[in-house]
Design a protein around this ligand. Structure first.
Ligand code: ISL
Length: 562
């Protein structure tokens, strides 16, 4: 009938600029650093680069707090550096997608400075202002307009003595929420997006975009036993006007514009049903969304620090539901790692004895699904969690706030550090390990966050020279998506959903049928009847074919079962 969208056969690579490569020697990654590695990206074969924020920002949340949406932060380089990077990617056939952080601004944004200056300021209504709770003195404990907690600790409301009102911030007090009810706010955002497209960028990754529409009553949220703050998420997640706003954005920003663009919404708490609404092409909202179900299975709901080992059947149930739910309409984005999640080879694999095997196993399971895969910098060389042992090594605002609150609440420092070692957002933010040289080849200066000491063994240079190269394996996976329609467009059929260690599924397109089998464990695994000897090996993560009936530890095979 009609051409499949270009991104069905594309792979996206996420760069977290401050940790990728430092071209200026100040210890912080930057655009010159990225420019020095564009050939590396091309060699990997990725189609799109998603750049985490490089806009002007006080860096309270590493750039997810923007004070000027049209300027590059000097920390990362100049306007010319940015345009050069865009050009260098484009001549290599790669696209560039910007982060769009518009649920909130920085508290240093000129609009917020205006807004907070007086109740009568014309920009006051760009943000959310509310009086104290009736019956309370403004500013006193318990007087917040409602009981919502903020994402990285404390109340979601901060009191401004000058105007005797509170402003809403779902994240830190330095990230005031924009009031999307105000059409001027929306149209300024659209104008900024058009400005970036005119500059030549190819799309947007939209930060917590399903939080922008709030229930205007701002009702109190449920309070879990023992917690100080309520859970406001039902009142701002996938809120009442979200689809209207996204359709308006699509019309206003992309309407009448020709080209191959990409929009991906970050949507914590989105269900399959909601994702279908966001990504059904006929509704014209978003191309795809980042859902969070699969990265929430190893923790208590909404409490990432209460974590446990993943149950494989749970993951299969979840992924299968997403694959089926978006099979006919809508589209999945596929990821295991990003700048907010622990390194998946440490979290779901074995980052010691089977680092290569488990890194490539998870890559196989992800890239062979139907959807658009996202590679987070460093996963393509099997980088692991940070392994920090002292609170001084941490930089992330969420991690530091957790440690302070948890230890003040009676948790031992050892227990808090153990939780951070497993779940902290600094795990994926240690510098990219390029070589075995000083600072892993990341910087000539003192890195802003410590390099993982395993860089001597784990680095891009040695990985690419090794027989067992994670990079080489990713390259093969990316090539399969580029060249094999069954990978990009085939149907998905889960097998053996209850098996505790076997992950198996089929992909089918016309006469082609592929079978993917993987052993998610440290021990040998005998394949069930009907899966052994299924056909020629297309790709596998062991050097030799092995016993057709037995998978070795963390072995993954892609078989042609046509
Ligand atoms: O990291 C999380 C919890 O540990 C997530 O809940 C995260 O807050 C959520 O995915 C939203 O993330 C995005 O917006 C944040 C920013 O800090 C994250 O880096 C960004 O990915 C606020 O802008």
């Amino acid at each position: 009938p009609h051409q499949p969208a270009w991104w069905t056969s594309a792979v996206v690579y996420q760069i977290y600029p401050r940790s990728f490569a430092d071209g200026t020697g100040d210890g912080i990654g930057d655009l010159r650093g990225i420019l020095a590695h564009v050939d590396y990206l091309q060699d990997l074969g990725v189609d799109v680069i998603w750049l985490s924020p490089v806009h002007e920002s006080p860096q309270r949340d590493n750039g997810y707090d923007i004070s000027n949406y049209r300027r590059i932060d000097r920390l990362f380089g100049t306007e010319e550096d940015f345009d050069e990077l865009l050009g260098q990617l484009h001549v290599r056939g790669m696209k560039l997608v910007m982060d769009l952080v518009v649920n909130h601004t920085s508290s240093e944004h000129p609009a917020f400075k205006e807004a907070r200056s007086s109740r009568e300021n014309p920009l006051r209504d760009y943000f959310w202002w509310r009086d104290a709770r009736p019956g309370f003195e403004p500013g006193e404990p318990g007087a917040e307009p409602n009981n919502w907690g903020a994402h990285f600790g404390g109340s979601a409301w901060t009191f401004e003595p000058a105007t005797q009102q509170y402003y809403l911030h779902l994240f830190t007090p330095h990230q005031p929420d924009l009031n999307w009810e105000n059409p001027k706010v929306r149209h300024e955002v659209y104008e900024t997006m058009r400005w970036w497209l005119d500059r030549g960028v190819d799309g947007f990754r939209m930060d917590v975009i399903n939080f922008i529409s709030k229930d205007l009553a701002l009702p109190d949220g449920l309070m879990e036993r023992g917690s100080i703050w309520g859970d406001g998420s039902p009142y701002f997640t996938n809120g009442p006007r979200i689809h209207e706003f996204l359709q308006e954005m699509r019309r206003e920003v992309f309407g009448g514009r020709d080209g191959d663009f990409l929009t991906v919404g970050e949507t914590p708490g989105a269900t399959v049903d909601q994702a279908l609404l966001y990504t059904d092409p006929y509704r014209a909202e978003l191309d795809m969304v980042f859902q969070f179900e699969h990265v929430s299975l190893d923790q208590d709901p909404g409490r990432k620090w209460n974590y446990r080992p993943l149950s494989l059947p749970d993951l299969k149930t979840s992924w299968n539901r997403w694959q089926r739910g978006l099979a006919d309409r809508g589209w999945n984005s596929l990821y295991l790692s990003n700048h907010d999640q622990p390194r998946h080879v440490s979290r779901f694999g074995n980052d010691g004895a089977y680092r290569y095997e488990s890194a490539t196993l998870w890559a196989t399971l992800l890239h062979l699904q139907r959807g658009t895969p996202y590679v987070y910098q460093g996963e393509e060389i099997g980088m692991t969690n940070a392994g920090f042992t002292s609170i001084d090594q941490y930089r992330d605002v969420e991690s530091l706030n957790f440690y302070a609150e948890a230890t003040a609440g009676g948790m031992s420092s050892e227990d808090a550090l153990e939780a951070l070692r497993a779940m902290s957002r600094d795990n994926p933010r240690t510098p990219m390990q390029w070589t075995a040289g000083p600072n892993a080849g990341f910087s000539d200066g003192e890195p802003w966050i410590q390099v993982n000491p395993n860089y001597v063994d784990v680095n891009a240079e040695s990985d690419r020279a090794a027989g067992k190269s994670v990079f080489g394996y990713y390259r093969s996976l990316i090539q399969l998506r580029h060249t094999q329609d069954v990978v990009a467009l085939g149907d998905f059929h889960m097998e053996a959903p209850e098996h505790p260690h076997l992950f198996a599924f089929r992909r089918r397109l016309d006469e082609t049928e592929w079978l993917v089998v993987a052993n998610v464990s440290d021990a040998d695994l005998e394949l069930p009847l009907g899966m052994a000897s299924s056909g020629p090996l297309i790709l596998g993560n062991y050097a030799d074919a092995g016993d057709p009936e037995v998978l070795r530890p963390w072995e993954a095979r892609v078989l042609d079962a046509s």
